[in-house]
Ligand binder design. Structure first.
Ligand SMILES: Cc1ncc(COP(=O)(O)O)c(C=O)c1O
Length: 375
């Protein structure tokens, strides 16, 4: 069977190591999974109730037009219902955007060390991925992205630009003035859609963080991705949203599987959207967890970057595979990360207090043990 080079070269997305597998492999009773930037609180009770009620209608297909969900989200974000659609997680929407806007051989532009799905989805669609270097402080370098567009847009047929704001795995963000200058420039280009991926928006505390929705309202060539997997706590049932001009939404709706978001997911997304108490609780757990990480990491021989998301990137200055394996033996699952070509990084999600404390205590021990062996 003939398979294209792009598919053969595809490195599959590696999900965080599952808890049960880690328990079995390491003979552990207790395992803390801080590898996938999940919400540690569990879903909103309102979402659970809505899903339970929706179960009695599971003999019916889901609403392919997302009528109620569209109305509710449009109202919540002050949009027209024609400016929004939904996906099986925002990951599916990344895939669909690339399939709709890029023909094989055309290109997607993003930064190095950006969210990995941009690259995987592009490659799967036989679309080239162009990555510009990050700034020293691990932020997207929008000036370099702009320069690349100026120099290469025509030849490389760049159709989409992905900006994860905040970015995963770095937790860094681009500011209002940086984004605005970039969007002013791209507005004058033809056939370019800038996608702002706001998966972690609700965790941001930075004052100069730009609203993707405002950018969408100001610039015609901007689309915004949102997810219910993070602050809204329903990663397991998969709902993401795309906000874009109606012509774009109409194209995505043409291509997507009509029943891509199942009935339980639609019910949960509807119920969780207005659960302000739950949202606040999740935010507070995250912010106090991050602050305690900062405090503890200051005392260790590592470097970390202040995060606007629900995880923290740490340069351990040591081989991250060794750290990852040793942490597993202590029952803590983290995510090794390669940043700017260096394999010394790990990404640690914020969990509940007990989970964070277990992770920090294990990391402390592991660093000391590795240094002892290597000295
Ligand atoms: C920046 C970013 N965008 C999008 C996603 C995908 O989220 P989902 O497919 O669960 O909606 C993630 C998941 O980790 C992410 O980090």
């Amino acid at each position: 069977m003939k398979v294209s080079e792009e598919i053969l070269n595809l490195k599959p997305y590696s999900p965080g190591k599952p808890i049960e597998e880690t328990k079995r492999e390491y003979g552990l009773n207790k395992v803390y999974k801080l590898a996938s930037n999940e919400n540690p609180l569990g879903p909103s009770p309102k979402a659970v109730k809505a899903m339970t009620e929706a179960m009695t209608s599971l003999h019916r297909y889901p609403d392919a037009s997302f009528y109620e969900l569209r109305q509710a989200y449009a109202k919540h974000f002050q949009l027209s219902s024609h400016e929004i659609t939904f996906g099986n997680g925002s990951n599916e929407l990344i895939d669909l955007l690339i399939r709709v806007f890029c023909a094989p051989g055309e290109s997607v532009l993003t930064s190095e060390s950006a969210f990995i799905a941009y690259k995987v989805c592009a490659q799967a669609a036989r679309v080239q991925i162009l990555e510009t270097p990050m700034k020293e402080d691990l932020k997207f370098d929008l000036n370099t992205l702009q320069k690349t567009l100026k120099e290469k847009q025509q030849n490389q047929k760049i159709r989409l630009v992905f900006i994860a704001n905040p970015n995963n795995p770095t937790g860094t963000y681009v500011s209002t003035s940086e984004l605005d200058a970039f969007l002013k420039f791209t507005e004058s280009l033809k056939d370019i859609l800038v996608v702002i991926d706001e998966a972690y928006l609700e965790f941001v505390r930075a004052k100069d963080y730009p609203s993707g929705l405002e950018a969408f309202k100001k610039y015609k060539n901007v689309a915004v991705l949102k997810t219910l997997s993070k602050v809204y706590g329903i990663a397991g049932i998969r709902v993401g949203a795309l906000i874009a001009q109606p012509e774009i939404i109409e194209l995505i709706d043409r291509v997507r599987n009509p029943f891509n978001v199942n009935s339980l997911a639609q019910a949960a997304a509807l119920a969780t959207l207005e659960d302000k108490d739950y949202l606040e609780q999740v935010q507070n757990i995250n912010w106090s967890g991050l602050d305690s990480y900062y405090e503890e990491l200051e005392k260790m021989d590592v470097r970390y970057w202040r995060s606007e998301a629900n995880f923290i990137l740490i340069d351990t200055f040591r081989d991250h595979k060794k750290i990852f394996e040793a942490l597993l033996r202590h029952g803590v699952i983290v995510r090794p990360a390669v940043v700017r070509g260096k394999s010394s990084f790990i990404r640690l999600s914020v969990g509940l207090k007990e989970e964070n404390e277990a992770a920090i205590s294990a990391l402390n021990k592991v660093l000391k043990d590795i240094d002892k062996i290597e000295s």
